[in-house]
Design a protein around this ligand. Structure first.
Ligand code: AHR
Length: 617
């Protein structure tokens, strides 16, 4: 029997309670939400970052009578942030050039839809370039660009696709002689509200009616070096918002924490615009000069730190400043004179190093002094970090942070038994932002466990003001992390059961929660199977060896993580895992299992785990 106290005042539900956490993980941006169809458009992939990368990653020769020689050129580049380009030499009769494979299995186009081509080119003699999308020997759309003799210049054209494919390639053909090419781009004309995001993915996110968009991470916000691109060849640099705005050809690429190149085509201006387009408040998270996520190179140089503090203030001006201010003026010139109305800012993400305590106040004090209305969100990291988590919380209280960002990735059982987590939370200190949470899996059981848990968030919404499931997006062909809310390939998208739970809650938010009691027998939620997980993910723990064995003795997965790539018995399983330094989840499927759901008690998992040097928790 459910009894609701309709006479009680109840708890006010935060109007911003449900939002989304977007991170460029699992190729969420390039090959994902950012609608660009060409991979490595700027030829900046580099083996310094990843041994398998070259400037020609995703590119190959295309020869139609003539012969093509492809090389990466570096002299007189497009600009200092875009150092490489394609040097194409065509000899013989006919034409020849380069072909781009796109993301996933190829470049998708749809019959009747319009596509925009753009590229930068340089030729000694004028000559036409032909840009087509082809599938096998079928040409599905072509545009001609008339390149003039002389230095770098941008050329654009468009075409309507005459057929549909999800496995096309972009072919750029040049006449005889030398052509230098850079920023070779193909975009669908139709993007979400015309702002460059892939329509189907953006719609799925918009249909959640999220009240905030936390971005750009996660670990991508605070792992790497702090120097600007111009000073440092190490491309695993911390996300620096100023490098991600302005003309795309002037944005450097970055090899991100999740092990792939980011073009930064989806940058801070686009994040703000996207937040506005989906009716969400922008919630940027910035580094305070301390790393997290298993790596630390703290920024202790005061002059450098001062630049980071200033960049943070400049971001607020960029979002909210008048057009007469320096950064408000830049926003206006990019196309948005109206302020974006930034209200929240996150400082740090899961830092597990004491330098955080020294650096955070420099940022928080500067923001408070100049922008007292901005709500500052400190962070406590992951609940699994135990004593460290408590220490971070105490620090946030001492600092009078407005909110504290909590993260947890736990079993469904944890979510079922922790519905009351916030009942006893202190109502006088900082409020809670559950910035990242998920039960480990995308099964119905996981989704139900999260639904049950979310009733506890709502009941305590006087203290839990914001909450977002994590991560949001996963490209099925580039999985860094599971589970994820929305899955996609190059032309399809689907929501996990967890997605539909989030949508149910976020599109049905009440004003108040009235007290209620339930008496009677509660039925158990049946576990219908799922993935094998590595246990509580903990930045303090490094997983060295993982072995999964079936009851009949077959090894499905054995990995020492030494090479960053797994070894599993081919054909028996699929799995996804981060490399050794930062392993977190492995999902193993036994392809021999014909049952709808596997009985995981038939499998054994052995894991060697140890603490990373210097880590707490
Ligand atoms: O959501 C995936 C990762 O989990 C985030 O990057 C990080 O903040 C957390 O550890």
């Amino acid at each position: 029997k459910l009894t609701v106290d309709t006479g009680a005042k109840g708890t006010e539900v935060s109007p911003d309670l449900y939002g989304v956490f977007y991170e460029d993980i699992n190729h969420a941006a390039d090959g994902g939400l950012y609608a660009e169809l060409v991979q490595n458009r700027s030829f900046e992939f580099n083996s310094v970052d990843e041994p398998s990368y070259t400037g020609l990653t995703a590119w190959s020769k295309a020869e139609r009578g003539a012969t093509a020689a492809l090389a990466i050129g570096t002299d007189q580049p497009l600009n200092a942030n875009n150092r490489n380009y394609l040097r194409l030499d065509v000899t013989g009769d006919g034409s020849a050039g380069a072909s781009n494979a796109g993301f996933n299995r190829g470049i998708p186009v749809k019959q009747g839809k319009r596509y925009d081509v753009s590229l930068w080119a340089r030729r000694a003699a004028a000559g036409p370039l032909t840009v087509s999308v082809e599938n096998g020997s079928t040409v599905l759309g072509t545009a001609t660009l008339r390149v003039k003799a002389g230095g770098w210049a941008k050329y654009t054209a468009s075409f309507t696709a005459s057929g549909t494919t999800d496995a096309g390639r972009l072919v750029v053909l040049a006449p005889g002689g030398r052509t230098d090419l850079d920023m070779v781009s193909l975009f669908p004309r139709d993007t979400f509200k015309g702002h460059g995001m892939r329509t189907d993915l953006a719609r799925m996110i918009a249909e959640l009616k999220p009240r905030f968009l936390r971005f750009p991470g996660g670990c991508v916000t605070n792992v790497g070096t702090y120097d600007p691109y111009s000073d440092n060849q190490d491309r695993r640099r911390i996300y620096q918002w100023k490098e991600t705005i302005g003309p795309v050809e002037e944005r450097p690429t970055n090899y991100n924490f999740w092990g792939y190149n980011q073009s930064y085509g989806l940058g801070y201006y686009e994040y703000f615009q996207f937040a506005e387009d989906i009716g969400a408040r922008a919630l940027p998270v910035l580094s305070v000069g301390v790393n997290g996520c298993g790596e630390n190179r703290p920024l202790t140089d005061e002059a450098k730190l001062a630049r980071w503090v200033q960049d943070t203030l400049d971001l607020i001006e960029f979002a909210n400043g008048p057009v007469t201010s320096e950064w408000g003026g830049k926003r206006a010139r990019l196309g948005h004179p109206r302020p974006f109305g930034l209200e929240y800012i996150g400082l740090g993400n899961e830092e597990i190093y004491p330098e955080f305590f020294a650096n955070y106040p420099k940022f928080a004090d500067a923001i408070r002094a100049k922008y007292p209305d901005i709500k500052i969100i400190s962070n406590s990291g992951q609940t699994s970090q135990g004593a460290w988590f408590d220490r971070m919380w105490q620090f946030a209280r001492d600092q009078k942070a407005d909110l504290v960002d909590e993260h947890y990735y736990n079993s469904p059982e944890w979510f079922l038994t922790n519905n009351h987590r916030y009942d006893a939370y202190d109502r006088t200190g900082p409020k809670v932002f559950v910035g990242e949470y998920a039960s480990r899996g995308n099964t119905w059981h996981n989704a139900l466990a999260e639904a049950s848990y979310m009733t506890g968030l709502e009941r305590n919404s006087d203290v839990v003001r914001l909450a977002s499931y994590a991560p949001l997006l996963a490209n099925v062909d580039y999985v860094d992390w599971t589970p994820d809310l929305i899955w996609f390939d190059n032309d399809q998208v689907y929501g996990s059961p967890n997605y539909y739970v989030q949508r149910l809650f976020s599109t049905n938010v009440g004003d108040r929660v009235l007290p209620s009691t339930f008496t009677g027998e509660g039925g158990a939620v049946e576990d219908i199977g799922g993935a094998v997980g590595l246990g509580a993910w903990n930045t303090a723990v490094r997983y060295d060896d993982v072995k999964v064995t079936a009851a009949d003795g077959t090894t499905l997965l054995a990995d020492d993580f030494s090479a960053g790539a797994g070894k599993w018995t081919p054909g028996l399983g699929t799995w996804a895992v981060q490399d050794g330094a930062y392993a977190q989840t492995a999902q193993v499927t036994d392809a021999r299992s014909t049952a709808g759901s596997a009985d995981w008690s038939n499998y054994t998992m052995e894991v060697t785990a140890r603490k990373t040097a210097g880590a707490e928790g």
